[in-house]
Structures are given as structure tokens and as C-alpha cells.
Design a protein. Structure first.
Length: 102
């Protein structure tokens, strides 16, 4: 595949995201400084949307029991009971689905 874009024209905006957008809107290959600026903008935007802290599951839930296990902590009785209840529900759903399929 060939690059049908024009060579970059250097402008005062070069080295910024706006410079990158000007290059692409004019069907030019972006200069390295503008490509770096666009990559930094994209990377920062991705990190801002993906790096949100997740809420810690409350004790007494299956998710909290999994958290205790993952962190190597002892599973408290409320979380252990919630984990057993969740396993019973999953087993019941599986058996019901298997019985309906037969």
C-alpha cells in the first residue's frame, strides 16, 4: 500500500495535537513532532478513561470473598457463606439449563 499523502508542511502549530490535525485535514503526512504530540494525547486520554479506581466490594458478597482469596487474606464467615450461596445459584442455573436442553 502506498502513502498518497503529501509531504508535511511545517507550521507554527507543529509539535501539537492541533498541528497533527492540520496535517491530516490537508492530506499531509504528519511530521514526527506532531505524531509524537498526537500519540501523547491519545495515550493520556486512554489512561484517564481506563485508570478509574474500581469500588471495593463489600464484605458479605461473593465478590468480596474472591477479593480476600486474591489478596491472600482469610475469608470471613459472611463472605464464605455468600460464596457458597453464589455457587449453589450457579449450580441450580446450570442444572435447569441442562434439563431444559434435554
Amino acid at each position: 500500500m502506498t502513502d498518497d499523502r503529501f509531504p508535511p508542511q511545517f507550521r507554527p502549530e507543529c509539535g501539537t495535537r492541533k498541528g497533527y490535525q492540520l496535517h491530516t485535514s490537508r492530506n499531509e503526512s504528519p511530521c514526527p513532532a506532531c505524531s509524537d504530540a498526537n500519540n501523547a494525547y491519545t495515550r493520556d486520554r486512554y489512561r484517564a478513561t481506563r485508570a478509574r479506581p474500581r469500588p471495593v466490594p463489600r464484605c458479605g458478597t461473593d465478590a468480596a470473598a474472591q477479593r480476600h482469596t486474591r489478596l491472600g487474606e482469610p475469608v470471613d464467615p459472611a463472605c464464605a457463606e455468600a460464596q457458597r450461596a453464589a455457587a449453589r445459584e450457579r449450580t441450580a442455573r446450570y442444572r435447569a439449563r441442562k434439563q431444559n436442553a434435554a
